[in-house]
Design a protein around this ligand. Structure first.
Ligand code: FE
Ligand code: FE
Length: 177
């Protein structure tokens, strides 16, 4: 790897692989989520993720390369951990809290990648690519905030209360106290 251009291309391939993997995983998480708000947040991000893939397609076009992903062990690991939690959780509220935490780890991974790529694109004078990367970066950050909000207002409170056993889930939505 002898140039920033090459490094940029390899990193675009990394996040392209990650986005495609996320696109496969999010609908499964939406299905398993017991909180309707969490399911809705996952589902909304499926649509955004489709756009993220499209924007990366446009970036491949801009750099004159065929769109091709490169295995990203980091995202594989984060998703694997999330799947483990989904399997091991003994009740809905714990599963929701675990999935929410895994989803935030995914968002943070994306935020670090898009932040770096945007800054490299800027350095190389690729303003069109920088704009596309910034649009996705903003959506990843907004998703992360939305998940934080859910964690603080609903999901984790219920997981806390569920303690050892599976106390019936409260269906009423609660505001922050
Ligand atoms: Fe994304
Ligand atoms: Fe995302």
């Amino acid at each position: 790897m002898d140039s920033l251009e090459k490094l940029f291309e390899e990193t675009v391939r990394d996040i392209y692989y990650a986005e495609k993997k996320i696109l496969k995983t999010l609908p499964k998480m939406a299905k398993k989520a017991s909180s309707p708000k969490l399911a809705q947040a996952f589902q909304a991000h499926v649509d955004e993720t489709e756009t993220h893939v499209e924007r990366l397609d446009q970036i491949f076009d801009l750099i004159g390369k065929a769109p091709r992903g490169k295995t990203c062990p980091a995202i594989d690991g984060i998703i694997e951990e999330g799947e483990e939690i989904m399997k091991e959780a003994d009740n809905d509220t714990v599963r929701d809290a675990g999935m929410l935490a895994a989803a935030q780890a995914v968002e943070h991974y994306e935020i670090t990648r898009y932040g770096t790529l945007k800054s490299w694109a800027g350095k190389m004078g690729m303003s069109e690519a920088a704009k596309l990367l910034d649009a996705t970066l903003k959506e990843e950050k907004a998703t992360d905030l939305k998940l934080t909000d859910l964690a603080e207002s609903e999901i984790n409170l219920e997981a806390d209360e569920s303690g050892e056993g599976a106390r019936p889930r409260k269906t009423a939505t609660r505001g922050r106290q």
